[in-house]
Design a protein around this ligand. Structure first.
Ligand code: ADP
Ligand code: ADP
Length: 223
């Protein structure tokens, strides 16, 4: 019943070269259905590496990545791409919204790419925007939005295709503390309402304390 299982992941960069750096040394973690887990570690500890492997953006040197019970670490590119699109939503510290499209369009695009009809994609996008309190910004481009609004739109985009798993890398890391709190609360409401599983990397222990469980990345292992 686990949405995500990471089992014995190892990962080194620049393997066999002088600049070799071993980041993961047997990292294991299970995220249950509906569970929200905080991943806390100092900068450079390997949080992004772990999230990228969990989200099938990178491959481990060894170990398994089970999404909804299926081992994806060594599946073919087609299966990995499909699983990434359909089952995983990503949020980063910076919103990475497409600047030439409106907030609404940014949330519609991943749905259209997955074959959702335009009216259905628009309805879902408007619903998500309403839930995070930025409906009035639907027709603005990202540059016209405040930092907090941009990040709320990025949450909506991450959830556009109704993933089972949300992976977030310092999702409120570039916001001032007050805005960060509000935006984080909006994210948690959305996650709880949708019953999604989430793995959220953060430096912020106050935010981590609001999640179901806190794990640390220490010496390449999850503790
Ligand atoms: P965190 O997200 O916790 O800051 P990262 O996963 O980004 O940590 O990085 C972990 C370590 O791996 C760091 O020492 C970083 O410099 C190194 N690293 C990350 N990506 C690469 C890469 N593509 N090539 C070489 N080293 C990398
Ligand atoms: P913050 O205090 O978070 O930095 P801003 O001062 O950037 O916020 O924006 C305040 C409000 O004005 C926000 O709701 C934002 O969406 C809106 N806003 C800012 N610039 C524009 C613009 N060019 N067009 C439309 N709305 C804007």
């Amino acid at each position: 019943n686990d949405t995500l299982v990471l089992d014995g992941l190892t990962k080194a960069y620049n393997r066999g070269k002088p600049a070799e750096v071993t980041v993961l040394r047997g990292a294991s973690l299970a995220v249950a259905r509906g569970e929200v887990v905080a991943l806390v570690a100092p900068s450079g500890a390997g949080k992004s590496t772990l999230l990228h492997i969990a989200g099938l953006l990178d491959t481990p040197d060894a170990g398994r990545v089970l999404l909804a019970g299926r081992d994806m670490a060594r599946s073919g590119d087609g299966a990995r791409t499909r699983a990434r699109r359909e089952e995983v939503g990503f949020i980063y510290q910076f919103h990475h919204l497409l600047p030439e499209f409106t907030a609404l369009e940014n949330i519609m695009l991943p749905q259209l790419a997955n074959g959702t009809s335009a009216p259905a994609a628009q309805a879902r996008a408007m619903d998500l925007l309403a839930r995070v309190g930025v409906s009035t910004r639907a027709h603005h481009r990202p540059a016209a939005l405040s930092g907090g609004e941009q990040q709320r739109v990025a949450f909506c985009r991450a959830l556009a295709n109704a993933p089972r798993l949300l992976l977030a890398d310092e999702p409120t890391g570039n916001l001032d503390p007050g805005t960060s709190d509000q935006v984080f609360a909006a994210l948690m409401d959305l996650v709880r309402e949708t019953g999604l599983s989430a793995l959220i990397a953060t430096h912020n222990l106050d935010l981590a304390a609001r999640m179901d469980r806190i794990v640390r990345l220490d010496q390449g292992r999850v503790v």
